[in-house]
Design a protein around this ligand. Structure first.
Ligand SMILES: [Mg+2]
Length: 333
């Protein structure tokens, strides 16, 4: 049997892991790496940030639209962004994958390459320190990420104060534009995602690359914390919805400027998955690169639930985010 025909079932878990692990990026925080029952990571701060996020074939991605390397990249990037959004530096990932038994080992090797590429590009020094492999009908990746606060206070969602500047680092709405193009033109007549059509769409719509491999500005999370950010999160579900989460947690309102949101402010407001960092800063703070101001924090003395986010002073009532099952969904509430 050729190497290309090797599947998870034919090769077995141990041999599969033996092929995957050499491809994975190493963590500079590793004290004990892969090979023991658990890894040991340095946590010189005495605290560590930890988060988890999973991706499942079907609801979260489609094989016809993303390569295995894209999938590994995105699973890493989304978790790295959550660590960065706390003001921490990502130090290590553990990755659990459940795959159908007929999954080629080469697919898992390519997923591992995506983790390596994303860590090297987005969070140098962060690596995969352990993992698990199991069997499932739906291909599933569950990532747990750890981060080091390096003595800083964690940046929560609840610290925004009236008068703060609202700023963003990273792109807005590009991943959503890519996904919209795929849903429009990369499905066959009965609505099934089609790989060949996706290749055509990707050649025509550059934002498909952002949907496949988001580029969250991971180092900007630490920069924001050092600059005194009062609140922060990563924009995963749409700027308007994620801004409302800061507003609600901080008991404030947020007013965004449409002229700061690019040519298609509607898409920027509703589109998530770019994993930009959205942060609030005291008005006298110097915004660290690459943050740019997009709005201001206002008081919410009346405690209104209905108008947590406004655009150019008008309550936001547009789409909240892209739902792959129902299209653009909901109105702001
Ligand atoms: Mg997040």
């Amino acid at each position: 049997m050729s190497r290309d025909a090797d599947t998870v079932a034919s090769v077995g878990e141990i041999a599969t892991l033996r092929r995957i692990f050499p491809r994975l990026p190493e963590s500079s925080a590793t004290i004990v790496g892969p090979g023991d029952d658990a890894a040991v990571l340095a946590a010189p701060d005495g605290r560590y940030v930890v988060t988890t996020d999973m991706m499942i074939a079907g609801p979260d991605f489609r094989w016809a639209w993303s390569s295995p390397t894209d999938i590994g990249w995105k699973a890493a990037a989304t978790n790295l962004a959550d660590v960065a959004a706390m003001g921490a530096r990502p130090t290590g990932l553990v990755v659990a994958i459940a795959a159908p038994t007929d999954t080629p080992v080469g697919v898992l090797e390519s997923v591992a390459d995506g983790f390596r590429d994303a860590c090297e590009a987005l969070a140098p020094g962060c690596g995969v320190v352990g993992g698990d492999l199991s069997v499932s009908e739906a291909f599933t990746i569950a990532v747990t990420a750890f981060g080091d606060l390096e003595g800083r206070r964690p940046v929560l969602r609840s610290g925004a104060r009236p008068g703060d500047v609202v700023a963003v680092a990273g792109t807005l709405g590009r991943a959503a534009r890519g996904l919209r193009a795929l849903f429009a033109d990369a499905v066959d007549t009965d609505g099934t995602p089609d790989a060949r059509l996706a290749t055509d769409v990707a050649a025509r719509v550059p934002e498909v690359a952002v949907q496949r491999r988001p580029q969250p500005p991971i180092a900007a999370g630490v920069a924001a914390a050092e600059a005194g950010a009062t609140a922060m999160l990563d924009v995963s579900d749409g700027l308007a919805l994620d801004a409302s989460r800061i507003a609600e947690a901080s008991a404030v309102r947020i007013d965004l400027r449409s002229d700061a949101l690019g040519d298609d402010s509607a898409l920027a407001l509703a589109g998530g998955e770019d994993h930009a960092l959205l942060a609030c800063f005291p008005s006298d703070a110097a915004l660290p690169a690459p943050f740019r101001a997009i709005g201001v924090v206002l008081s919410n003395a009346s405690g209104e639930r209905g108008a947590l986010v406004s655009v150019d002073g008008h309550p936001y009532d547009g789409a909240l985010g892209w739902d792959p099952y129902s299209g653009w969904d909901g109105a702001a509430g």
